[in-house]
Design a protein around this ligand. Structure first.
Ligand code: COA
Length: 425
């Protein structure tokens, strides 16, 4: 079976997490992703959080499946010639260097566009144009500046960052959509274009509902927030809402059997209005079906603490999986808090390829998250990440068409290998 992006060549200048997330997805859809790395060093994550000595870290391997690696010093004159050839040959260049890095390398958008007018140049930066455009940015900076941290956590605690990498992987996803959209437009125009995604913008896009609440504040309190029922006045900015559900259907995380010793013995419980009567029956509070203080959603809002307290009395008598099974029989939306250990062992996630086992020559077997997006005519086969420079010769010869002498020249010029260490004076 062919792959959706078969024949598309990507010059992958990405590193760390945000950009690699994007190019890994495109590789899973069938693009030929050629990762260009600095000789001797490579993507810095190869050596970060290493768990197996001298083997690429899980940080690197889990973000760089299905790619090929070429080492190339793009500051070396011969290296620049090879890079020019790669630009001529590829359809898309993806990068998430610090601001101005590509320009300093001598490859401005204008120059790239002149070399290959069909090339799409896709970039992730921390911020869009404005006062912070020159800043380097990592995940948590984006979470803080994109509105996530100020709205995550409990009202009386610090702002919190979340474990979901919405700044890095989230922006990588945004960029991937921008790239395939530009590719689609190129079919009609024959022209490449620039695609940019700023991490602050990507996080804000994912925090859209919090900007919604910011504007609702001008018209009164946010009645679905627990704070409302507790009689605590709202300030002038969207507050942190703990585990309140973001939508109009109140929800909370509640204790389940074993919570005293198991940090994940909890369930998320949503009191969705259409199933309210079933909820009352399940938890043993049938009188709430007709009591005017509880029967209608608006009447319940000031009483959420009381309601969830009573529901929790019931969930504490069940394990999170027992509660999930019972509640689902009645179409009551809920979700057990799954630990990473439970997810790693989940047979159904393995069956769909969302969790995959991968073999690696230097680190052995490990598990990873496979492609979460399933295409019926373009299945994903996850293959291991490349070793540093594993495909340098193959790409020079087979993709760029260099002959033996030319490859030897490029190597001799020092464009493929780390510079030799100078002897101490
Ligand atoms: N050959 C020669 N030099 C290379 C090279 C290659 N193949 N690949 C990279 N380099 C050089 C660059 O030219 C640059 O040199 P310069 O500063 O002299 O111009 C240098 O490596 C460092 O690049 P930079 O991207 O700034 O790396 P950094 O480690 O200093 O910063 C980030 C890392 C992530 C903070 C920064 O890249 C960034 O802000 N990126 C955009 C936002 C982003 O994606 N952040 C999330 C990452 S998960």
């Amino acid at each position: 079976m062919t792959k959706a992006l078969e024949g598309v060549k990507i010059l992958d200048f990405t590193h760390v997490q945000s950009g690699p997330t994007c190019t890994q997805l495109l590789a899973w859809f069938g693009a030929d992703v050629i990762k260009v790395e600095r000789p001797g060093v490579g993507d810095i994550t190869r050596g970060q959080l290493q768990d197996v000595p001298k083997a690429d870290s899980l940080y690197f391997t889990m973000l760089n499946h299905n790619k090929r690696s070429i080492t190339l010093d793009t500051k070396n004159p011969k290296g620049k010639e090879v890079l020019t050839r790669l630009i001529e040959t590829c359809d898309i260049l993806v990068e998430n260097f610090g601001p101005g890095v590509l320009d300093r390398m001598g490859f401005t958008w204008e120059k790239i566009h002149a070399i290959n007018p069909r090339m799409i140049v896709a970039s992730i930066k921390g911020f869009g144009p404005g006062p912070y455009e020159d800043c380097k940015v990592y995940e948590n900076v984006a979470q803080c500046t994109g509105g996530a941290a100020s709205t995550t956590g409990f009202r009386d605690g610090l702002p919190l960052v979340t474990g979901a990498q919405i700044g890095d992987s989230g922006t990588g996803l945004h960029l991937a959509l921008g790239i395939v959209t530009a590719l689609y437009q190129r079919n009609a125009t024959g022209k490449g274009q620039r695609v940019t995604a700023a991490m602050q913008d990507g996080v804000l896009n994912l925090c859209r509902v919090k900007l919604r609440d910011q504007q609702r504040l001008a018209h009164g309190p946010l009645t679905e927030y627990s704070q409302y029922g507790e009689g605590i006045p709202f300030g002038d900015a969207t507050p942190r809402a703990g585990n309140d559900s973001g939508g109009g259907q109140p929800g909370r995380i509640l204790k389940c059997k074993g919570w005293e010793t198991d940090p994940n013995a909890y369930i998320y419980f949503i009191t969705q209005a259409p199933v309210w009567e079933k909820i009352c029956d399940v938890i043993g509070a049938p009188e709430w079906k007709t009591d005017p203080d509880f029967a209608k959603p608006a009447a319940r809002l000031p009483r959420l603490n009381q309601i969830f307290g009573r529901i929790e009395d019931w969930t504490m008598t069940k394990t999170k999986f027992e509660a999930m099974n019972i509640l689902n029989e009645f179409d009551i939306p809920c979700g057990p808090i799954l630990s990473m250990k439970e997810i790693a062992e989940d047979e159904s996630l393995r069956a769909t390829g969302t969790i995959v086992e991968v073999d690696h020559p230097t680190r052995g077997k490990y598990i990873s998250v496979g492609n979460p997006i399933k295409l019926s005519d373009s299945p994903t086969d996850v293959t291991r990440s490349p070793l540093l420079g594993e495909h340098t010769e193959e790409i020079l010869r087979k993709v760029l068409g260099y002959n033996d002498n030319e490859v030897a020249d490029i190597r001799h010029a020092g464009a493929l290998d780390p510079a030799p260490k100078r002897a101490a004076p």
